[in-house]
Design a protein around this ligand. Structure first.
Ligand SMILES: Nc1ncnc2c1ncn2[C@@H]1O[C@H](COP(=O)(O)OP(=O)(O)OP(=O)(O)O)[C@@H](O)[C@H]1O
Length: 260
Protein backbone atom coordinates (compact mmCIF):
# COMPACT_ATOMS: atom_id res chain seq x y z
CA UNK A 1 0.00 0.00 0.00
CA UNK A 2 2.38 2.67 -1.18
CA UNK A 3 -0.42 4.70 -2.82
CA UNK A 4 -0.88 8.36 -1.90
CA UNK A 5 -3.40 9.31 0.76
CA UNK A 6 -6.64 10.35 -0.96
CA UNK A 7 -9.00 10.92 1.95
CA UNK A 8 -8.26 12.63 5.25
CA UNK A 9 -10.81 13.38 7.92
CA UNK A 10 -9.80 15.22 11.08
CA UNK A 11 -11.88 15.46 14.23
CA UNK A 12 -15.11 14.76 12.34
CA UNK A 13 -18.33 15.05 14.35
CA UNK A 14 -21.94 15.06 13.22
CA UNK A 15 -25.31 15.60 14.85
CA UNK A 16 -28.64 14.44 13.51
CA UNK A 17 -31.52 16.21 15.18
CA UNK A 18 -30.34 16.58 18.75
CA UNK A 19 -28.33 13.34 18.70
CA UNK A 20 -24.54 13.27 18.51
CA UNK A 21 -24.08 10.53 15.90
CA UNK A 22 -20.36 10.85 15.12
CA UNK A 23 -17.67 11.99 17.55
CA UNK A 24 -14.10 12.97 16.86
CA UNK A 25 -13.37 10.68 13.92
CA UNK A 26 -9.93 10.99 12.35
CA UNK A 27 -8.86 8.95 9.32
CA UNK A 28 -6.18 8.97 6.68
CA UNK A 29 -6.79 6.50 3.86
CA UNK A 30 -4.75 5.79 0.73
CA UNK A 31 -5.90 4.95 -2.78
CA UNK A 32 -5.69 1.33 -3.81
CA UNK A 33 -7.21 0.20 -0.55
CA UNK A 34 -10.38 -1.72 0.32
CA UNK A 35 -11.70 -0.51 3.65
CA UNK A 36 -14.49 -2.32 5.49
CA UNK A 37 -16.54 -0.13 7.82
CA UNK A 38 -18.25 -2.30 10.42
CA UNK A 39 -20.21 -1.74 13.61
CA UNK A 40 -23.51 -2.63 15.24
CA UNK A 41 -26.84 -1.30 13.99
CA UNK A 42 -27.07 2.41 14.69
CA UNK A 43 -23.31 2.83 15.25
CA UNK A 44 -23.17 5.61 12.66
CA UNK A 45 -21.73 3.84 9.59
CA UNK A 46 -24.13 5.34 7.04
CA UNK A 47 -23.78 8.73 8.68
CA UNK A 48 -19.99 8.51 8.42
CA UNK A 49 -20.11 7.62 4.70
CA UNK A 50 -22.47 10.51 4.03
CA UNK A 51 -20.43 12.93 6.12
CA UNK A 52 -17.21 11.96 4.30
CA UNK A 53 -18.84 12.74 0.94
CA UNK A 54 -20.22 16.03 2.26
CA UNK A 55 -23.80 14.81 1.95
CA UNK A 56 -24.63 16.00 5.44
CA UNK A 57 -23.27 18.79 7.61
CA UNK A 58 -20.42 17.91 9.94
CA UNK A 59 -17.75 19.57 12.04
CA UNK A 60 -14.05 18.98 11.51
CA UNK A 61 -12.18 18.88 8.20
CA UNK A 62 -12.25 16.60 5.17
CA UNK A 63 -9.73 16.56 2.35
CA UNK A 64 -10.11 14.52 -0.81
CA UNK A 65 -7.26 14.17 -3.32
CA UNK A 66 -5.50 17.11 -1.68
CA UNK A 67 -8.48 19.52 -1.75
CA UNK A 68 -10.61 20.68 1.16
CA UNK A 69 -14.12 19.35 0.54
CA UNK A 70 -15.89 22.72 0.93
CA UNK A 71 -13.67 24.19 -1.82
CA UNK A 72 -15.14 21.78 -4.41
CA UNK A 73 -18.24 22.38 -6.52
CA UNK A 74 -21.06 19.85 -6.19
CA UNK A 75 -20.22 18.43 -9.61
CA UNK A 76 -16.57 18.00 -8.65
CA UNK A 77 -17.59 16.27 -5.41
CA UNK A 78 -19.77 13.93 -7.43
CA UNK A 79 -16.78 13.12 -9.65
CA UNK A 80 -14.57 12.35 -6.65
CA UNK A 81 -17.06 10.35 -4.58
CA UNK A 82 -19.12 7.58 -6.14
CA UNK A 83 -21.80 6.81 -3.56
CA UNK A 84 -23.91 3.68 -3.45
CA UNK A 85 -26.65 4.18 -0.85
CA UNK A 86 -28.26 1.42 1.19
CA UNK A 87 -31.26 -0.30 -0.35
CA UNK A 88 -30.83 1.07 -3.91
CA UNK A 89 -34.54 1.45 -4.53
CA UNK A 90 -35.46 2.50 -8.06
CA UNK A 91 -38.92 3.73 -8.96
CA UNK A 92 -38.57 4.81 -12.61
CA UNK A 93 -39.00 1.96 -15.12
CA UNK A 94 -35.84 2.85 -17.04
CA UNK A 95 -33.64 0.35 -18.86
CA UNK A 96 -30.72 -0.86 -16.74
CA UNK A 97 -28.22 0.68 -19.16
CA UNK A 98 -29.72 4.17 -18.62
CA UNK A 99 -29.42 3.75 -14.86
CA UNK A 100 -25.75 2.84 -15.22
CA UNK A 101 -25.28 5.84 -17.53
CA UNK A 102 -26.41 8.10 -14.66
CA UNK A 103 -22.96 7.40 -13.25
CA UNK A 104 -21.58 9.59 -16.02
CA UNK A 105 -23.84 12.55 -15.12
CA UNK A 106 -21.11 14.26 -13.03
CA UNK A 107 -18.94 14.12 -16.17
CA UNK A 108 -21.56 16.03 -18.18
CA UNK A 109 -23.44 13.10 -19.71
CA UNK A 110 -26.97 14.39 -19.15
CA UNK A 111 -28.67 12.26 -21.81
CA UNK A 112 -28.10 8.48 -21.65
CA UNK A 113 -29.19 8.22 -25.32
CA UNK A 114 -26.35 10.50 -26.44
CA UNK A 115 -23.23 9.37 -24.63
CA UNK A 116 -19.76 10.27 -25.86
CA UNK A 117 -17.50 7.38 -26.82
CA UNK A 118 -15.64 7.82 -23.52
CA UNK A 119 -18.83 7.78 -21.44
CA UNK A 120 -20.22 4.78 -23.35
CA UNK A 121 -16.96 2.90 -22.77
CA UNK A 122 -17.09 3.64 -19.02
CA UNK A 123 -20.70 2.42 -18.87
CA UNK A 124 -19.78 -0.79 -20.70
CA UNK A 125 -16.76 -1.44 -18.43
CA UNK A 126 -18.96 -1.05 -15.36
CA UNK A 127 -21.69 -3.32 -16.75
CA UNK A 128 -19.17 -5.99 -17.67
CA UNK A 129 -17.56 -5.78 -14.23
CA UNK A 130 -20.88 -6.44 -12.52
CA UNK A 131 -22.16 -8.96 -15.07
CA UNK A 132 -25.25 -6.95 -16.05
CA UNK A 133 -24.68 -6.50 -19.80
CA UNK A 134 -27.41 -9.08 -20.46
CA UNK A 135 -29.84 -6.90 -18.44
CA UNK A 136 -29.12 -3.73 -20.50
CA UNK A 137 -32.60 -3.38 -21.99
CA UNK A 138 -34.57 -4.70 -19.01
CA UNK A 139 -36.54 -2.17 -16.97
CA UNK A 140 -34.95 -1.91 -13.53
CA UNK A 141 -38.36 -2.07 -11.86
CA UNK A 142 -38.74 -5.56 -13.34
CA UNK A 143 -35.44 -6.90 -12.00
CA UNK A 144 -34.95 -8.98 -8.86
CA UNK A 145 -33.51 -7.26 -5.78
CA UNK A 146 -30.12 -8.83 -6.40
CA UNK A 147 -30.06 -7.92 -10.10
CA UNK A 148 -31.03 -4.35 -9.21
CA UNK A 149 -28.22 -4.30 -6.65
CA UNK A 150 -25.68 -5.20 -9.33
CA UNK A 151 -27.06 -2.53 -11.69
CA UNK A 152 -26.78 0.01 -8.86
CA UNK A 153 -23.18 -1.06 -8.29
CA UNK A 154 -22.47 -0.67 -12.02
CA UNK A 155 -23.80 2.90 -11.80
CA UNK A 156 -21.24 3.83 -9.14
CA UNK A 157 -18.40 2.00 -10.88
CA UNK A 158 -19.24 3.99 -14.05
CA UNK A 159 -18.39 7.23 -12.23
CA UNK A 160 -14.75 6.04 -12.17
CA UNK A 161 -14.20 8.20 -9.09
CA UNK A 162 -11.06 8.05 -6.94
CA UNK A 163 -13.22 7.26 -3.90
CA UNK A 164 -16.07 4.75 -3.94
CA UNK A 165 -18.41 4.57 -0.94
CA UNK A 166 -20.73 1.56 -0.85
CA UNK A 167 -23.33 1.10 1.88
CA UNK A 168 -24.08 -2.61 2.37
CA UNK A 169 -23.62 -3.54 -1.31
CA UNK A 170 -23.90 -7.27 -0.57
CA UNK A 171 -27.23 -7.09 1.27
CA UNK A 172 -29.89 -9.11 -0.59
CA UNK A 173 -27.35 -10.84 -2.84
CA UNK A 174 -27.02 -14.61 -3.02
CA UNK A 175 -23.68 -16.08 -1.81
CA UNK A 176 -22.14 -16.25 -5.27
CA UNK A 177 -22.94 -12.62 -6.03
CA UNK A 178 -21.84 -11.50 -2.55
CA UNK A 179 -18.40 -12.89 -3.33
CA UNK A 180 -18.55 -11.54 -6.86
CA UNK A 181 -19.49 -8.02 -5.76
CA UNK A 182 -16.76 -7.90 -3.13
CA UNK A 183 -14.32 -9.26 -5.69
CA UNK A 184 -15.35 -6.43 -8.08
CA UNK A 185 -14.79 -3.88 -5.32
CA UNK A 186 -11.44 -5.54 -4.57
CA UNK A 187 -10.56 -5.18 -8.28
CA UNK A 188 -11.53 -1.48 -8.18
CA UNK A 189 -9.27 -1.04 -5.15
CA UNK A 190 -6.45 -2.90 -6.88
CA UNK A 191 -6.75 -0.45 -9.78
CA UNK A 192 -6.04 2.47 -7.40
CA UNK A 193 -9.47 3.44 -6.07
CA UNK A 194 -10.10 3.96 -2.35
CA UNK A 195 -13.14 1.75 -1.70
CA UNK A 196 -15.00 2.04 1.60
CA UNK A 197 -17.65 -0.61 2.12
CA UNK A 198 -20.15 -0.78 4.94
CA UNK A 199 -20.88 -4.38 5.79
CA UNK A 200 -22.29 -6.53 8.57
CA UNK A 201 -20.42 -9.55 7.21
CA UNK A 202 -17.34 -9.79 9.40
CA UNK A 203 -16.16 -12.80 7.40
CA UNK A 204 -16.11 -10.85 4.12
CA UNK A 205 -14.48 -7.90 5.89
CA UNK A 206 -11.73 -10.10 7.36
CA UNK A 207 -11.11 -11.84 4.07
CA UNK A 208 -11.18 -9.02 1.53
CA UNK A 209 -10.35 -5.76 3.32
CA UNK A 210 -6.92 -4.19 3.70
CA UNK A 211 -8.16 -2.03 6.55
CA UNK A 212 -11.13 -2.46 8.86
CA UNK A 213 -12.71 0.48 10.68
CA UNK A 214 -14.84 -0.46 13.67
CA UNK A 215 -17.42 2.08 14.70
CA UNK A 216 -19.28 1.91 18.00
CA UNK A 217 -21.67 4.58 19.28
CA UNK A 218 -20.29 7.07 16.74
CA UNK A 219 -16.65 6.56 17.72
CA UNK A 220 -13.90 4.78 15.88
CA UNK A 221 -12.84 2.18 18.40
CA UNK A 222 -10.52 0.04 16.29
CA UNK A 223 -8.81 0.41 12.92
CA UNK A 224 -6.09 -1.38 10.98
CA UNK A 225 -5.51 -4.69 9.18
CA UNK A 226 -8.36 -7.16 9.80
CA UNK A 227 -6.57 -9.58 12.15
CA UNK A 228 -5.91 -6.86 14.72
CA UNK A 229 -8.86 -4.54 14.11
CA UNK A 230 -11.27 -7.48 14.33
CA UNK A 231 -9.61 -9.24 17.26
CA UNK A 232 -11.73 -11.52 19.41
CA UNK A 233 -11.71 -8.90 22.15
CA UNK A 234 -12.85 -6.07 19.86
CA UNK A 235 -15.68 -8.16 18.42
CA UNK A 236 -16.78 -9.29 21.88
CA UNK A 237 -16.74 -5.72 23.23
CA UNK A 238 -18.41 -4.05 20.25
CA UNK A 239 -20.80 -6.70 18.89
CA UNK A 240 -21.27 -8.76 22.08
CA UNK A 241 -20.59 -12.02 20.24
CA UNK A 242 -17.92 -14.70 20.37
CA UNK A 243 -16.44 -15.81 17.07
CA UNK A 244 -15.18 -18.99 15.46
CA UNK A 245 -11.83 -18.14 13.83
CA UNK A 246 -9.68 -20.15 11.46
CA UNK A 247 -7.35 -19.88 8.50
CA UNK A 248 -8.44 -21.37 5.20
CA UNK A 249 -6.34 -21.16 2.04
CA UNK A 250 -4.11 -18.57 3.73
CA UNK A 251 -7.10 -16.32 4.50
CA UNK A 252 -8.74 -15.43 7.79
CA UNK A 253 -12.16 -16.89 8.49
CA UNK A 254 -14.34 -15.22 11.13
CA UNK A 255 -17.80 -16.57 11.89
CA UNK A 256 -19.98 -14.99 14.61
CA UNK A 257 -20.85 -17.93 16.84
CA UNK A 258 -22.66 -17.08 20.06
CA UNK A 259 -23.61 -14.19 22.32
CA UNK A 260 -21.00 -13.18 24.89
N1 LIG B 1 -32.40 11.85 10.40
C1 LIG B 1 -32.04 11.42 11.62
N2 LIG B 1 -32.38 12.10 12.73
C2 LIG B 1 -32.03 11.69 13.96
N3 LIG B 1 -31.29 10.57 14.19
C3 LIG B 1 -30.93 9.85 13.11
C4 LIG B 1 -31.28 10.22 11.77
N4 LIG B 1 -30.77 9.31 10.92
C5 LIG B 1 -30.14 8.39 11.69
N5 LIG B 1 -30.23 8.72 13.00
C6 LIG B 1 -29.65 7.99 14.14
O1 LIG B 1 -28.24 8.06 14.00
C7 LIG B 1 -27.65 6.85 14.47
C8 LIG B 1 -26.72 6.30 13.38
O2 LIG B 1 -27.48 5.93 12.25
P1 LIG B 1 -26.77 5.27 10.99
O3 LIG B 1 -27.83 5.02 9.97
O4 LIG B 1 -25.60 6.07 10.61
O5 LIG B 1 -26.27 3.89 11.63
P2 LIG B 1 -25.69 2.60 10.93
O6 LIG B 1 -24.47 2.21 11.70
O7 LIG B 1 -25.51 2.81 9.47
O8 LIG B 1 -26.83 1.54 11.21
P3 LIG B 1 -27.37 0.21 10.43
O9 LIG B 1 -26.30 -0.83 10.59
O10 LIG B 1 -28.59 -0.13 11.22
O11 LIG B 1 -27.67 0.58 9.01
C9 LIG B 1 -28.79 5.91 14.83
O12 LIG B 1 -28.95 5.95 16.22
C10 LIG B 1 -29.99 6.52 14.13
O13 LIG B 1 -31.17 6.27 14.86
Amino acid sequence: MSEAVVLIASSLSANLGKRVVLSDISLSLPGGCLVALVGPNGAGKTTLLRALAGLLPSEGTIEVCGDALPSLTLRERARRFAYLPQGHQMHWPLPARDIVALGRYPHGAVDPARLTEQDAAAVMRAMQATDVVSLSDRRVTELSGGERGRVALARVLAVEAPVLLADEPTASLDPRYQIEVVTRLRTAADSGVLVIVVTHDLGLAARFADIVLVLSDGRLVSQGPPAGALSETVIADVFRVRTYRADYQCETVIVPWAEV
